[in-house]
Write a protein that binds this ligand. Structure first.
Ligand code: IFM
Length: 462
């Protein structure tokens, strides 16, 4: 049988390239009320009737809080050299300010130690959306006080995990927190106000910059950065209205985050469009936001197509769709990275999430998810093409290690390369996990051959 999905094998990546899998606390941990953990905004949001498609919640999830040791073994068996996960703020500081929770801090300290012992680099995200509900009760990210609370929390995490981890990420996908959480309201905390959305996004960015400064002042010498969800934004047609809308949406998705971080300014066109809904910005805020970062994480899933009248539907595009009805568009990853490289002075980039939900079927103990394999293969290929054009990419992480709580879609959408049977909590490698494992072995062999070649050249052996 000839090997399938081998586009990515045409490329040999640098020996120190980071290959990982990613998860987040609320999506996998469960144990939502165990060992002193406080409630997060997602615990509350799950109780809102109709908020989650299958009316599920994070009470049990993948029971990772109890099964973490076996999960570390699972990660190690994939052959990855990195694992990206997040710390649940309310697990380590139940009210988001004041007392810390020893049990929660210990959980993450043990996880980090176990990963390191297996040769897996821990990539720690400080905020993957599960804000303590007690802070939301005081206005959440719309309240400027939350910025300092986040810095205090981040400082405590650094005190406990220190420079043992591979990198710290301040926030995961601030656009999602701001827009889906506060404008469309389909994510926690479920608000619908554009002015609040923009204030939230400013506070997230401000807390990002302040955290970089605070952690460095404490002696942090591991890379610090942020993770953005980015896509190329294209007009649905070449009408002037669609094109203008696409430029504005690009401003709201990409430039609203990239410009202040790399150019110390918010995009003028978005500001003008916001008018009185623009955020309140204090003198010096932009200097803080633009604090130099060590890396940028990019989460890429699909492109964004916009029409002025909102009528565009992915079903009309002709491109294959995944189980979320997102277009599968690998070229978008190279286009995005090349454009970013042209427009911004980029630090090293990590693709911190890439993957897809597909309608997996577990048959006789196996999930033959060829569509997911094809997706990952095509995207690694697209990534290599961007690197060949000079984009500085240092790593790639599959979303996700295992099936988990997919936010407002509940457990119905499966992104994992490892299948989770939620009734028994049994983990089963899908074909994509085997494929990724084989791909990583192949990469190591390529490295080995390249090194052997170098040694031979140096010593004159042929
Ligand atoms: O599951 C999410 C993750 O939490 C953040 N990025 C997108 C993924 C898929 O929707």
């Amino acid at each position: 049988m000839s090997p399938k999905h081998t586009l990515s094998r045409a490329h040999t990546f640098p020996a120190d390239f980071v290959w990982g899998v990613a998860t987040s606390s609320f999506q996998i941990e469960g144990a939502a009320q165990a060992d002193g953990k406080g409630p997060s905004i997602w615990d509350s949001f799950c109780q809102v009737p109709g908020a989650i498609a299958d009316a599920s919640n994070g009470l049990v999830a993948c029971e990772h809080y109890d099964r973490w040791q076996a999960d570390v073994d699972l990660i190690a068996s994939l052959g990855v050299n990195a694992y990206r996960f997040s710390v649940s703020w309310p697990r380590v500081q139940p009210l988001g300010q004041g007392a810390f929770n020893e049990a929660g801090l210990n959980f993450y300290a043990q996880l980090v130690d176990a990963l390191i012992a297996k040769g897996i680099a821990p990539y720690v995200t400080l905020n993957h959306w599960d804000l303590p509900q007690a802070l939301q009760d005081q206005g959440g990210w719309a309240n400027r006080d939350t910025v300092q609370h986040f810095v205090n929390y981040a400082s405590e995490i650094f005190k406990r995990l220190g420079n043992r981890v591979a990198a710290y990420t301040t926030h995961n996908e601030p656009w999602v927190i701001a827009v889906l959480g506060h404008e469309s309201g389909i994510f926690a905390p479920g608000l619908k106000s554009r002015a609040t959305t923009m204030q939230v996004s400013h506070h997230l960015l401000l807390s990002h910059g302040m955290t970089l400064q605070a952690l460095r002042a404490q002696g942090c010498n591991v890379p610090l950065g942020i993770v953005l969800n980015l896509s190329p934004t294209v007009p649905a047609s070449d009408s002037a209205a669609d094109q203008a809308k696409a430029i504005l949406e690009d401003g709201r998705l990409l430039r609203w985050y990239m410009d202040p971080i790399f150019k110390k300014v918010y995009p003028q066109d978005v500001m003008a469009d916001l008018g009185s809904e623009a955020p309140h910005i204090e003198p010096g805020d932009l200097d803080i936001i633009a604090t130099p970062m060590d890396y940028l994480g990019v989460n890429y899933y699909t492109r964004s197509v916009v029409s002025a009248d909102g009528s565009w539907k992915p079903q009309n595009s002709g491109l294959p769709l995944n189980d979320m009805d997102w277009e599968i568009f690998p070229e978008g990853l190279s286009q995005l990275l090349i454009r970013m490289h042209q427009d911004y002075p980029l630090p090293p980039i990590y693709i911190t999430e890439n993957g897809g939900a597909f309608p997996d079927a577990l048959k006789v103990g196996q999930v033959d998810d060829q569509d997911r394999i094809r997706y990952i293969d095509q995207h690694i290929d697209a990534l290599a093409q961007a690197m060949a054009q000079g984009v500085p990419v240092n790593g790639y992480m599959v979303w996700s290690l295992m099936d988990n709580f997919e936010w407002s879609s509940g457990y119905a959408k499966r992104f994992g390369i490892v299948h989770v049977d939620y009734a028994s909590q049994k983990r089963t490698f899908k074909a994509s996990a085997h494929w990724y494992q084989d791909f990583l072995t192949y990469q190591r062999q390529q490295q080995h051959h390249a090194n052997a070649g170098k040694t031979a050249a140096i010593t004159g052996v042929d």
